[in-house]
Design a protein around this ligand. Sequence first.
Ligand SMILES: Nc1ncnc2c1ncn2[C@@H]1O[C@H](COP(=O)(O)OP(=O)(O)OP(=O)(O)O)[C@@H](O)[C@H]1O
Ligand code: SF4
Ligand SMILES: [Mg+2]
Length: 327
Amino acid sequence: MTKGVHTARPILEVSDLHVRFPASRNWLGRPTSHVHAVNGVNLVVHAGRSLGIVGESGCGKSTLAQAIIGLAPHAQGRVAIDGQDFQAAQGRERRALRQKMQIVFQDPQSSLDRRLPVWRLISEPLHIRGGYSKAQLHAKAEQLAVSVGLRPEQLDRLPHEFSGGQRQRIAIARAISTDPDLLVLDEPTSALDVSVQAQIINLLLRLQRDRGLSYLMISHDVALVRHFCDDVAVMYLGQIVEAGPAGEVLRNPRHPYTQTLLAAAPSLESPLPAIAEARTGELPNNRRLPASCFYKERCGQAAEGCETPQVLRRAGARQIRCHLALG
Ligand SMILES: Nc1ncnc2c1ncn2[C@@H]1O[C@H](COP(=O)(O)OP(=O)(O)OP(=O)(O)O)[C@@H](O)[C@H]1O
Ligand code: SF4
Ligand SMILES: [Mg+2]
């Protein structure tokens, strides 16, 4: 992986992405309130690089991932894959763009149809694309299985006959079957034992090297993101509050929320400087978004100027959504 300055072309560009779910309706069926899950996200993933998304439970990470790959019906904004507008694409063009990005979920148990043999699961995206005979699909599944460390003779079995780590290998083989540019990884190892987690991470790193894949990796584990990702974006209440090179942001966080998040992360190798007045508590209600900085209610550093909404501003290699942290 390249950790330094990069000149690679953008594979994924997300601009001003919003997702809100109807939360209640009137007698005419019209929504009267919404859950504001994603609130104006901009991000870029460059070819062959990995962007990590971190943030506490409920901040909108999975909704963001699903909106990017077209699975969130209420999404608004622009998603471009390899320079082409995915949101605006229709029919065959949309299906072709969709094959350039695939998703791997946290729980392969529920994301894989338990009635299908593994060769069918792995080759299903190619079957949907069309133009392959059954023998060709089987042969493709064999190649893909070997590339993720499974044995070809295991392919006629059903998913429940495999361990959690093997099932995640099946999900990864399926995801790379269409030779995508980008994999969206939504907590791909958090349901696995620690020793198995490391094997899956090593597999993902090898596939990235061999195939030039780009990754958008969602994780609760900041140590993992620091090891795995070139860049990181920290999410809070559906917004990105700090983004930049993973090593820099996670060693020296500048946004008060990133500082609190990292102070609560026990697995980092080097302890961060003590963070005075780090506050915890629940995420605010996302049915009614704050008119101030979204973090103000929980921020130990709130001061004059925090009553207004904050915008993400560039500061060197990173972006920060806090007028005080900009210095
Ligand atoms: N289909 C839905 N309908 C209504 N609200 C939803 C729906 N999906 C997600 N939400 C809400 O959107 C917000 C963001 O949820 P999301 O699952 O994206 O968070 P997350 O960051 O992935 O959390 P976790 O770390 O627990 O997986 C939450 O308030 C959640 O309750
Ligand atoms: S703008 Fe104010 S309230 Fe928001 S994170 Fe910065 S210091 Fe805290
Ligand atoms: Mg999630």
